[in-house]
Design a protein around this ligand. Structure first.
Ligand SMILES: C[S@@+](CC[C@H](N)C(=O)[O-])C[C@H]1O[C@@H](n2cnc3c(N)ncnc32)[C@H](O)[C@@H]1O
Length: 390
């Protein structure tokens, strides 16, 4: 461990003493560095997260039902012989099971915002996530006091950030009860519970009057819709005329070849690991937006000019202490921890299987990103025209 230090080229008699001294200093600082690293690692893994994770698996599902929910969820997917039509007709059941099962894993690994980000060099994962959220607020031109809708809001990480950043009131729409209960608690802790709220409903059929919101955004959520047109049409209806909708969509890109078996396998892994009925092409989303009546101001796959790959944190070749839990080593560590917690009965039976399909997702996402056949950040800014002739 100690490096040979040759520092003092001076007086002959003192050279040995100096070398020994500096060698000790060097050894000591290596030791301090190592113990800091181990300390950081232990702290990171022990921040009560493990217990919360174990107790949270299954969300609102009864703990003894978790294993059967996992089995039912898996059967919806191609990797387990499932069919696209089944996933589409039962999208509510499939997506709700998925988020009941995975939310605590997401919270453990990702924090409060469940999305990827355009990555810049020198920026931490968390900083990129926030910048990605601020970018949406900027594109929508949010003004203090405006009423904004977050479609498919998760546990409200982006909602809290965007609301505080832009001084707006944000309503989070989500059909998952467990996520809403977590979101309400986190809003209370963050002190935004007076300005932001949650509504439990399906984004294919929203309980809001026409022309209710000054702006609408969706972050990696409308990909769960069984039909993009139906979802965008609802967004169009609740948005005030002349106002904008911005989103980050999960899409297959124009490089995706539906006849390529490897591409199909990657798509199926992402669908299984992320609760998706069928990942649409970017061109299909664009068509659906226009069909719903929107004027598209601009659109772009932001992954194409992300200086660092958006999937970097999940990539096996990458290691980061600050986002350790998302790295391959961190995920392996989590798997073993969940295995132990399941074994002693603290985590429900089926917990490791959830971690396993999330691992499939990570593999599919990294491969999809590397081959540029998949993007989680097909961005668009679209406007509802002033006068409705649609
Ligand atoms: C990947 S998470 C993204 C959450 C959030 N936008 C974020 O970035 O943290 C997708 C979200 O969409 C929600 N969702 C999926 N299908 C939905 C539906 N039919 N109606 C309402 N919300 C839905 C899920 O419950 C989940 O909260």
């Amino acid at each position: 461990m100690a490096k040979t230090v040759v520092l003092n080229g001076g007086v002959e008699g003192n050279e040995h003493v100096d070398n020994v001294l500096f060698s000790k200093v060097d050894e000591w600082s290596e030791l301090v560095r190592l113990s800091r690293w181990i300390g950081g690692f232990l702290l990171e893994m022990s921040k009560t997260g493990a217990i919360d994770l174990a107790l949270g698996v299954g969300g609102k599902i009864e703990k003894e039902e978790v294993l059967s929910a996992v089995e039912k969820y898996e059967k919806y997917h191609v990797c387990f012989g499932g069919e696209e039509q089944e996933r589409k007709s039962n999208y509510s059941d499939m997506v709700n099971k998925y988020y009941d099962l995975v939310t605590c894993f997401y919270e453990f690994g990702w924090g409060e915002s469940f999305h990827f980000a355009h990555r810049l060099k020198g920026e931490s994962h968390r900083e990129s996530i926030k910048r990605h959220e601020h970018f949406l607020a900027l594109q929508l031109g949010l003004k203090p006091g405006q009423k904004v809708l977050d479609v498919g809001c998760g546990i409200g990480g982006p909602l809290r950030e965007i609301s505080r950043f832009s001084m707006t009131s944000v309503t989070g729409l989500n059909n998952n009860e467990y996520q809403i209960s977590r979101g309400k608690e986190l809003n209370r802790i963050a002190g935004v519970d007076k300005t932001c709220d949650f509504v439990k409903a399906d984004f294919m059929n929203m309980p809001f009057p026409d022309n209710s919101f000054d702006a609408v955004y969706a972050i990696e959520a409308t990909c769960h819709a069984p039909d993009a047109y139906g979802c965008y049409k609802e967004i169009y209806r609740v948005l005030k005329p002349g106002q904008c909708f911005a989103a980050y969509e999960w899409c297959m890109t124009s490089s995706f070849d539906p006849d390529n078996q490897e591409h199909q396998k990657i798509k199926a892994e992402i669908e299984l690991g992320d609760g998706l009925p069928d990942i649409r092409l970017t061109t299909k989303c664009l068509e659906a937006l226009k069909q719903a009546g929107f004027e598209v101001i601009w659109e772009k796959d932001l992954a194409t000019d992300s200086p660092l790959p958006w999937y970097l944190t999940l990539d096996k070749s990458h290691f980061s202490l600050s986002s350790f839990r998302l790295t391959a080593v961190g995920r392996l560590f989590t798997r073993n921890m969940v295995k132990a917690l399941e074994y002693i009965g603290l985590a429900p039976k089926g917990s490791v299987r959830v971690q396993d399909f999330l691992e499939k997702a990570a593999e599919g996402l990294v491969e999809g990103g590397r081959k540029e056949i998949f993007t989680p950040m097909y961005f668009f800014l679209a406007r509802k025209p002033d006068s409705e002739n649609h």
